[in-house]
Ligand binder design. Structure first.
Ligand code: FES
Length: 83
């Protein structure tokens, strides 16, 4: 019997560089930092790349805990989603 998950898997950090989206948002708010500056400062997105669309979504919405979106290609670091 397979187990079904009722709650979505949530994404709240760049796992490769162990930096939370909350920390990234804090820097973005303090310095008006964009994605490129966050990446230069923390390295986020330069590992597996899975976090890139989530960081862009965090910058767009201010949300620091986001539901897993399987449709966002985790292997493309410069994924255009989301805009
Ligand atoms: S989770 Fe951010 S680079 Fe891998």
């Amino acid at each position: 019997m397979s187990e079904q998950r009722d709650e979505p898997i949530m994404v709240d950090r760049c796992v490769c560089f162990d930096v939370s989206f909350r920390r990234l948002k804090q820097l973005a708010d303090e310095r008006n930092a964009d994605f490129d500056e966050l990446q230069r400062t923390f390295g986020c997105g330069r590992g597996c790349g899975m976090c890139v669309p989530y960081i862009r979504e965090m910058l767009r919405t201010g949300e620091t805990v986001l539901p897993l979106r399987p449709e966002w290609n985790p292997s493309v670091t410069d994924s255009p989603a989301p805009k």
